[in-house]
Write a protein that binds this ligand. Structure first.
Ligand SMILES: [Zn+2]
Length: 582
């Protein structure tokens, strides 16, 4: 992606214009303030800065530029968000011909979506025809109302090897494109035929409401019971959630998502008023799906079958959700029931009763672990959970809760589970060894402690007063930073123009960056005060450098002794004793 595209979109669009579509913004002492849509709150704590083009929430620290905001609230990734905003602003992306196939690919995707629209209309028409009688009867028997059938756009694919194939041909479509779209199949002999036959059809829509795939349930006997579209250029398994486009507006209001497994379960939940429900699409829940949901709500309630398979799925899914720092509850259906059957027989009251009993995700995991796993498996689970947390600060949150859930003291657990991130001790390690290459490692997490606080202090100043950056480079600030996190951020600050930096920052860095910029508005220094602060920064860098030099000297002396080079060691020792001023 071209950074100039990002800058062009940000320059053309006022962030407050976009935010205002979702949030009521009011001017408060020179800035826009509104209720944050990313966490539950009543008093407005989200600030929107048009001058610098970012938003920052004082409550949950959500932050970013206009592309981040749009992506997060609409549950689309950065690229998609950039494209949609660029289209609105009338900016042609990447007019530099760095990707000669982009236009071609876009046209192809458009064509695939158009074919899905055509197929969708054909499926829906078939449900209304006489050939769809038994499918309509099936839906009626399962208590599905006409309103729901229309809302979810259900259709029917007749028992015909060439029904859709022929229809698409009449629309001038090439059968090979039908195969690429995942609507038709091709056997070894090269014969092309309908992928969905004799099935109730559930269209799968993206967030803009375009149909991008289908799910099909067999109506009579046959295998497999459920069949989904295969991956195509417009649909990737594990990226989408069934019904999310219909559920998202309720989710942003209720701050909750109900997540279940089957198509019919989702529709039944909507029918009974739970319009914040959506479904995983025939795969295990992925972190991408959780991130999508987290853009709309702060809690995900899992609704799964109460049998062994359902419990296992609930365990995996709640772990995935907790890892992303999202709250969750686990609602298991009584024996032999699924959500659909429970709602149809016992109504919303029956479902509410299950909801009331439901434990939160972490408690569910702990209970299941204690009941079904050996102690060593439990510890392995806890260790891997801590190591996979998406955000270092979540570790501090989960550690005591996991410890008490496992009946361990926090200190013991911290030691056994490797709860403390490995700390570097600058006293005992030569500088080179501390600065191991970072490219292969996951993003360094922000941390706690004095080193971390010092680093933040330096970087906050750099971010708030970027004019001083070149001089900070000259004074060697990079050498005195101690944490990986700070060094990675400094690298970017030192090598990028102030106005262009934000498109290079990762999520944590952005949070910190925008927080610093936001603080500047109320507590900015100038004149004498700024000069004093600058002097303090300079003397602190000098002080840290002296410490660093001494450490390096000590290390060199130690090395010389170790190598038996006494003469060199004595020389170095003399250097150490000579007064600094001399
Ligand atoms: Zn917030």
């Amino acid at each position: 992606m071209d950074r100039s595209d990002v800058e062009a979109v940000k320059a053309r669009i006022n962030i407050s214009d976009i935010v205002r579509r979702y949030v009521d913004l009011k001017p408060v002492s020179g800035r826009w303030m509104g209720a944050c849509p990313f966490h539950q709150e009543t008093k407005p704590s989200m600030s929107v800065n048009d001058d610098e083009g970012f938003f920052y929430c004082f409550g949950c620290q959500a932050s970013g530029d206009v592309i981040d905001f749009y992506g997060r609230i609409n549950g689309v990734d950065f690229r998609e968000s950039l494209e949609q905003l660029a289209a609105e602003a009338g900016i042609e992306l990447g007019n530099v011909p760095h990707d000669p196939h982009a236009a071609e690919r876009k046209a192809r995707k458009q064509m695939l979506m158009d074919m899905h629209d055509e197929a969708n209309q054909w499926f829906q028409r078939n449900l209304a025809l006489a050939s769809g009688d038994h499918c309509r009867k099936y839906l009626a028997d399962r208590g599905m109302t006409p309103e729901m059938i229309a809302r979810f756009g259900l259709g029917y694919s007749p028992e015909d090897w060439h029904g859709l194939d022929n229809y698409l041909r009449t629309r001038g479509r090439d059968p090979e494109s039908g195969v690429d779209a995942g609507l038709l199949s091709k056997n070894e002999k090269g014969n092309i035929y309908d992928r969905f036959r004799g099935r109730l059809i559930f269209p799968i829509q993206n967030l803009s409401g375009r149909v991008i795939a289908f799910g099909g349930r067999i109506i009579t006997d046959g295998e497999p019971k459920y069949l989904n579209s295969s991956d195509t250029p417009i649909y990737k398994k594990g990226d989408h959630l069934y019904g999310l486009n219909l559920a998202r507006s309720t989710m942003t209001r209720s701050k909750r998502a109900i997540l279940t497994e089957g198509y019919m379960d989702v529709i039944s939940l909507h029918q009974f008023g739970y319009t914040d429900s959506c479904g995983v699409l025939g795969t295990a829940l992925t972190s991408d799906q959780v991130k999508r949901l987290a853009g709309f709500c702060s809690r995900v309630d899992l609704v799964f079958d109460g049998d062994g398979a359902g419990r296992k799925a609930a365990m995996k899914s709640s772990r995935m959700i907790l890892l992303q720092g999202v709250a969750c509850k686990v609602v298991l259906m009584p024996d032999g029931e699924d959500v659909d059957s429970l709602l149809q027989t016992k109504g919303a009251e029956g479902f509410e009763a299950c909801m009331k009993e439901a434990p939160d995700g972490l408690t569910f995991c702990m209970n299941t672990l204690r009941a079904e796993y050996a102690p060593r498996d439990i510890m392995a689970w806890a260790k891997s959970f801590l190591s996979e947390l998406s955000d270092g600060s979540l570790r501090a949150y989960y550690l005591p809760r996991l410890a008490s859930g496992l009946g361990l003291s926090e200190a013991d657990f911290r030691r056994d589970a490797g709860g403390t991130p490995p700390t570097r001790n600058p006293q005992h390690q030569p500088r080179q060894a501390q600065r191991a290459p970072q490219q292969q490692k996951p993003q360094p997490a922000m941390g706690v402690g004095k080193d971390y606080a010092d680093d933040r202090y330096f970087l906050r100043f750099t971010i708030q007063y970027p004019d001083y950056c070149p001089e900070l480079v000259g004074r060697g600030l990079g050498q005195v930073l101690r944490t990986d996190w700070a060094r990675a951020l400094w690298e970017k600050l030192a090598t990028t123009q102030h106005g262009q930096i934000t498109s290079l920052l990762n999520e944590h860095e952005k949070g910190f960056y925008f927080q610093c910029r936001e603080e500047l508005r109320d507590n900015g220094l100038s004149g004498r005060e700024l000069q004093d602060e600058w002097n303090h920064i300079c003397s602190k860098i000098t002080f840290e450098q002296d410490k660093l030099d001494k450490r390096q000297l000590n290390e060199a002396i130690r090395q010389a002794y170790q190598n038996g080079d006494t003469e060199r060691a004595m020389q170095l020792l003399a250097l150490k004793k000579s007064p600094q001023e001399g």
